[in-house]
Design a protein around this ligand. Structure first.
Ligand SMILES: Nc1nc2c([nH]c(=O)n2[C@H]2C[C@H](O)[C@@H](COP(=O)(O)OP(=O)(O)OP(=O)(O)O)O2)c(=O)[nH]1
Length: 135
């Protein structure tokens, strides 16, 4: 079971950041919350801060954890651990490792959106976020 962290980053207008996985990576083309695998000896929160600097070039404060999701892809399984994150002042995410990044309205339509096909492990996380914080 691969331990993966991801961040739900909300901007000043209440929009949520989603990122498209690039060609050549597992689940290429699907949209996800930015993050990645936890390295040995790292805490989940440390891993997320590191991944968001590598992937988006920005510093965040890692806040509350939402419910983790276990998901079995064909050839491996992940435990995806989500955290609400806040961008530190002046930080602007850049698509360093993704093919696209977008600020979107976090609502039920996003769950089934044809424009933003989400990685399946992310759907329960988005649903929990929408229920608690969505508009
Ligand atoms: N980062 C991230 N990965 C996700 C999400 N949902 C989901 O199913 N995954 C899967 C895709 C990958 O199989 C795995 C995470 O791998 P990754 O490629 O992002 O990890 P990494 O940045 O450490 O990459 P690498 O060094 O192995 O290339 O988890 C998500 O919301 N964020």
């Amino acid at each position: 079971m691969i331990q993966v962290v991801c961040g739900l980053i909300v901007n000043g207008e209440g929009r949520l950041l989603i990122c498209q996985r690039p060609e050549g990576k597992a689940q290429a083309g699907l949209w996800e919350f930015p993050g990645g695998k936890i390295d040995q000896g790292e805490s989940a929160r440390e891993a997320l801060r590191r991944e968001l600097i590598e992937e988006l070039g920005c510093e965040v404060e890692v806040g509350e954890a939402l419910t983790s999701v276990r998901y079995a892809y064909d050839d491996y399984s992940i435990c995806l651990i989500p955290y609400i994150c806040r961008l530190l002042d002046g930080q602007e995410p850049k698509a360093i490792e993704h093919s696209n990044i977008e600020w979107v309205r976090g609502d039920e339509r996003l769950v089934t959106s044809a424009d933003y096909a989400l990685a399946p492990a992310d759907i329960p996380i988005l649903e929990e976020w929408v229920e608690r914080f969505g508009d």
